[in-house]
Design a protein around this ligand. Structure first.
Ligand SMILES: NC(=O)C1=CN([C@@H]2O[C@H](COP(=O)(O)OP(=O)(O)OC[C@H]3O[C@@H](n4cnc5c(N)ncnc54)[C@H](OP(=O)(O)O)[C@@H]3O)[C@@H](O)[C@H]2O)C=CC1
Ligand SMILES: O=C(CO)COP(=O)(O)O
Length: 332
């Protein structure tokens, strides 16, 4: 029986640990704060991130990363994208040399513009065949309450993808394997930015036509970038593309959409950050790195550019809408 370590005790790390445990995999969660590890171990609940959700008895928690990693054949990386590099530097020596490294993070690293699998390979020295990505329409609280959903596990080594698939398949969680790591990572990073745009539009009082237009044009620009980087268009038309985009852009549970909504209602970045209650809205940083990546590949991403300018250059949401609708008209 494979054992898993889930490094990161936030909402998705905890919900995915619950999926693994309910699929029969023993899990140890690493939390960076003592109080989080203690409350999970003693009460079987992560009161900070998933209050009211009871965790199965085969989940344990610790702040000792070496203890969490001891004997783990699947190492789940469930921290925010921008801290992953720093965290991995501390964890690498304790990771088993044959373990599969599974990234849950959806973002592009600031500065380096690397995808998470590239960061993992660079820091740990692991061959890309050992690095897998899980991405799909997986809002943590819905999964934690066993609402049915699909997901994608992408890995260049299909045997490892199948191992992870088996370790987390349950009656409500249906993982599909895929070999297109780039497509899954680009889909996951870009949908957060597009969800910010949808939140801004909804905060401005705009309706479903606007949201559908943003989702559809957001998919178009995400696919352009993905294909330029080597992704398969079919991946972006699947669960890790359209699926996640629709879920995140439509749900009030999405932190990115909620963050954008505060801005759309006229709130400041500080107010939006406060409303996020300390949880990560990855698109706020990734809009800048995705935009830079698109520029280096000469790919037009007008929605991403607009989100970056609202979040980081002081453009108002209304001005951003004006810019977008004032663009040259052209064929679809
Ligand atoms: N939530 C969701 O529905 C989904 C999230 N994801 C992705 O999963 C990744 C993790 O997200 P999620 O669990 O939701 O995030 P949360 O904001 O809920 O939790 C973040 C976790 O990472 C820890 N953390 C934050 N900063 C650092 C740091 N510098 N070093 C170490 N640990 C840190 C936090 O610890 P502490 O409590 O001590 O601050 C917390 O345990 C993100 O990339 C997100 O996009 C993917 C699918 C679904
Ligand atoms: O990735 C997610 C759902 O698949 C979660 O989205 P948020 O980070 O916007 O909450």
């Amino acid at each position: 029986m494979v054992k898993a370590a889930v490094l990161g005790a936030g909402s998705w790390g905890t919900a995915y640990a619950k999926v693994l445990a309910e699929a029969g995999t023993d899990v140890t969660i690493w939390a960076r704060r003592d109080e989080v590890a203690t409350v999970i171990s003693e009460t079987h609940e992560n009161t900070a991130y998933l209050p009211g959700i009871t965790l199965p008895p085969n989940i344990d928690a610790t702040t000792d990363h070496a203890a969490a990693l001891n004997g783990a054949g699947i190492v789940v990386l469930a921290v925010p994208s921008q801290s992953l590099r720093g965290n991995l530097k501390q964890w690498t020596s304790a990771i088993d040399k044959d373990a599969t490294l599974l990234s849950l993070a959806k973002g592009i690293e600031s500065g380096t513009l690397l995808r998470m699998s590239q960061v993992i390979a660079q820091v740990t020295g692991a061959d890309l065949s050992r690095i897998a990505v899980l991405s799909g329409p997986n809002l943590a609280r819905e999964i934690a309450t066993r609402q049915p959903a699909g997901t994608v596990i992408a890995c260049p080594d299909s045997a490892r993808a199948i191992d992870v698939q088996k370790a987390c398949a349950t009656g409500y969680f249906r993982p599909y394997t895929n070999s297109d790591v780039i497509g899954c990572e680009i889909g996951g990073a870009c949908k957060n930015v597009i969800a910010l745009a949808c939140g801004m539009a909804s905060g401005q009082g705009m309706g479903e036509n606007t949201i559908a237009s943003i989702i559809t044009r957001g998919l178009a620009e995400t696919t352009r970038l993905g294909v330029a980087l080597g992704a398969k268009p079919a991946t972006l038309a699947g669960l890790a593309g359209v699926g996640d985009l629709v879920a995140t852009c439509s749900s009030p549970l999405s932190r990115n959409r909620s963050f954008g909504r505060v801005l759309g209602e006229g709130g400041t970045m500080a107010a939006a950050q406060e409303a996020a209650h300390g949880q990560v809205a990855e698109g706020v940083k990734s809009c800048t790195s995705v935009r830079a990546l698109s520029e280096s590949f000469d790919v037009e991403m007008p929605l991403t550019d607009a989100v970056h300018r609202v979040c980081h250059e002081g453009l108002s949401v209304r001005e951003a809408v004006g810019h977008l609708l004032g663009r040259r008209i052209k064929p679809e």
